[in-house]
Design a protein around this ligand. Structure first.
Ligand code: FE2
Length: 171
């Protein structure tokens, strides 16, 4: 099971760690990068498990960005074209992830999984770089303390609700 700075990914829950909204996403990114490295180095028998962890993490991470952070990039940092680019990159990455999943599960034939993983890995790293080197610094510079606090509270609440929807507790 992947673990970065005490953060654990399992199908039932994604930890939310970080001092503020942007830190939380940066911590997700560390885990995403680690899982991709593990996926690239994995044997075919290990791939499905790592892919499930990646899917679980990206489901929460992408939903957080698309619902709260990209709108902030769009409206608060006033970077509409960049927000649109981030949405598109993320869509393509998700399609790539599901394509790999389908190949591993034997639902489609003929594609080389290692090549698919390599292409997606590079695309995700480029996307993460745009966020970390350009968009997040813009956002941090734009947001005053109160707004960043509110965004952080929204991100935490969203992820908590998301988790309870994904893994409802019995009782
Ligand atoms: Fe991200």
């Amino acid at each position: 099971m992947a673990k970065v700075n005490g953060t654990t990914v399992s199908a039932s829950g994604i930890a939310t760690t970080g001092a503020d909204a942007i830190d939380i996403l940066l911590n997700d990114h560390k885990l995403v990068k680690q899982l991709f490295e593990e996926l690239a180095a994995s044997t075919s028998g290990e791939r499905a498990t790592i892919l499930e962890q990646l899917k679980a993490l990206l489901t929460v991470h992408n939903a957080t960005e698309e619902n709260l952070v990209y709108p902030a990039v769009r409206f608060l940092a006033a970077r509409p074209r960049d927000a649109e680019t981030l949405y598109h990159q993320q869509d393509e990455a998700e399609a790539g992830l599901w394509a790999i999943d389908a190949t591993i599960k034997g639902l489609v034939e003929g594609d080389d999984v290692a090549d698919q993983i390599d292409v997606l890995h590079k695309a995700v790293l480029a996307h993460v770089r745009k966020e970390e080197e350009t968009e997040f610094p813009h956002l941090r510079k734009t947001l005053d303390d109160d707004t960043l606090r509110q965004l952080t509270a929204d991100v935490r609440a969203f992820r908590n609700n998301f988790r309870s929807v994904q893994a409802p507790r019995g009782g």
